[in-house]
Design a protein around this ligand. Structure first.
Ligand code: NAD
Length: 505
């Protein structure tokens, strides 16, 4: 049963009177209708929010990490309680199908669980000292205010990946969400504040300003990035945005985690299990209507299986259920807006000039949602990998190229400027190992017998080259949210110097 937008926001604890204004419309990709218009924070308000976040960090860093973990445990509970409503809001504002909206909230819950455990595992090393009577160790301390910038396509999970870790690490967080998805951010903030209230009721003191939400467009994000008190900028979005952010951060020598565009490929080798490959290709290429950073965009198929696999894919593409993402049977929802549709059409025209054979890609009218930009996902058979294929087009276009030599397929995988995700379908162990080896895929993610999209939170997530080099989420990504201090303690009665230096005075 779907709820209307105001009922949803109220049930998520949002008081829209605090946000209503004239600056930032929240337009549903489902039908192109404006659901609400929000007020953007002005420059003085942005400064005041960063002031508060900085003051909060100075207090929060003193709270023992496992207590900080308790706040995230409570936040995870709020997310569990409100999963259905928040998931539906994600669908309304970002346009992804309901299962994926719910999946996004599940990802937030998963990272909360991970962060709670992590709050008791922020380990440093003890290191053998070359000097007698000395102990050398490292400690990890909070880094300060973490400024998070997020993109429209994962409007809430990306914040959670960053924030859950940052909070247990002892940092405060300022968040500038995408101007296309402000309502999901407002709702997530409200749920977090509920968790803070419960935390404080049990004898704790989470300082005001621990989580600040900054509403606005690019300029507002740019102001946050320039502020010297923001010690780490974690920015997710296009490579264009990442370059601008990186330049500002490099100038003021601050840290960044950049999670930027992808141009992900899959190789389907002669020994591949084609039943599995077909499912993986379809989900990774058309899921979220091709609007995931890890969407499959380039498929390299071995010549010996090309004429079996590609017609099967076309048949599936022809029958894909495209429609209102709130409906259970829909698998393909709308593009985010007209600009995304225009970008897709332009890319298909360009592919034709490169002798590409285009299948699908046309606009689809959905009854009752005529204002939405729905498209049939497109397959483009290419004679070779051309320059146009080097660019990320944020829409469901999958280019297919034949290959005969695996080394050439790996070279094509690596030829593009981006380096986020990649995969190979093969049952040949040598091929799989080669693909994952030093001379294999150059991406941050290299999978075998699964598609390039749909990562779990337990692994470090991110990519190389134009994807920005950042890592978020699992493994030891938490280290980016802390500063390392190396401590050498002399418990002897003499002062031997390192490197055997003699310095007698
Ligand atoms: P976008 O770059 O247009 O916007 C992303 C965010 O950056 C928004 O909040 C925007 O306001 C802000 N922004 C833009 N310019 C800025 C500047 N100069 N200073 C500070 N903030 C600025 O991206 P989008 O269209 O929302 O999202 C799609 C892109 O995001 C795709 O390229 C996709 O691959 C990428 N993405 C990457 C990942 C990843 O983890 N690698 C995840 C999701 C999306």
């Amino acid at each position: 049963m779907t709820k209307d937008i105001n009922t949803l926001l109220t049930s998520l604890g949002v008081n829209m009177a605090d946000y209503q204004g004239q600056d930032i419309p929240s337009v549903s990709p489902i039908n192109g209708q404006t659901m609400a218009t929000l007020r953007a924070d002005n420059a003085a308000e942005v400064t005041a929010k960063i002031d508060r976040a900085h003051a909060a960090y100075l207090q929060w860093r003193k709270v023992p990490a496992p207590r900080r973990g308790e706040l995230i445990r409570l936040f995870g509970e709020e997310l569990r309680t409100h999963k259905a409503e928040l998931g539906q809001l994600v669908t309304l504002e970002a346009g992804k199908i309901l299962q994926e909206g719910l999946g996004e909230v599940q990802e937030m819950i998963d990272i909360c669980d991970f962060a709670v455990g992590l709050s008791r595992q922020l380990y440093g090393l003890t290191i053998a000292s070359e000097r007698p009577g000395h102990r050398m160790m490292e400690q990890w301390h909070p880094v300060g205010v973490v400024g998070v910038i997020s993109a429209f396509n994962f409007p809430v999970a990306v914040w959670a990946w960053n924030a859950a870790l940052a909070f247990v690490c002892g940092d405060s967080v300022t968040w500038k969400p995408s101007e296309k998805t402000p309502l999901t951010a407002v709702a997530t903030h409200a749920l977090f504040m509920k968790a803070v209230a419960r935390f404080n009721l049990t004898g704790n003191d989470a300082p005001a300003g621990l989580a600040e939400l900054i509403i606005g467009a690019r300029e507002t994000g740019a102001q946050m990035v320039e502020d010297k008190r923001v010690a780490l900028v974690s920015a997710t979005g296009s490579t264009r945005m990442g370059r601008q952010v990186a330049e500002v951060c490099a100038k003021r020598l601050t840290r960044t985690i950049l999670e930027l565009g992808g141009n992900n490929a899959m190789i389907v080798a002669p020994s591949a299990d084609l039943e599995m490959a077909v499912r993986a290709i379809t989900f990774s290429a058309v899921g979220t209507a091709g609007q995931r950073c890890t969407t499959l965009r380039r498929l390299f198929v071995h010549d010996s299986i090309y004429d079996t696999l590609v017609p099967r894919l076309k048949k599936i593409y022809a029958g894909l259920p495209i429609g209102n993402p709130l409906e259970k049977t829909t698998l393909i929802g709308p593009l985010v807006d007209q600009a995304a549709f225009d970008g897709m059409q332009k890319a298909l025209e360009a592919a034709k000039t490169d002798q590409g054979q285009v299948f699908g890609g046309e606009r689809v009218t959905v009854a009752g949602a005529e204002g939405g930009y729905y498209v049939r996902p497109s397959i483009v058979e290419m004679p070779s990998q051309t320059e146009h294929m080097h660019h990320e087009v944020f829409a469901p276009i999958m280019y297919i190229v034949r290959y005969t030599d695996l080394q050439h397929a790996i070279a094509m995988n690596n030829e593009v400027p981006q380096g986020l995700s990649s995969s190979i379908f093969t049952t040949d162990m040598r091929e799989a190992e080669l693909f994952m080896s030093d001379v294999g895929s150059d991406c941050g993610i290299a999978n075998v017998n699964i598609g390039p999209s749909g990562a779990e939170i337990g692994g470090a997530f991110g990519g190389e080259k134009d994807t920005g080099g950042g890592r978020e989420s699992g493994s030891d990504s938490w280290k980016a949210y802390m500063r390392r201090s190396t401590n050498t303690v002399n418990y002897s009665h003499s002062l031997p110097l390192a490197q055997g230096i003699s310095f007698d005075i």
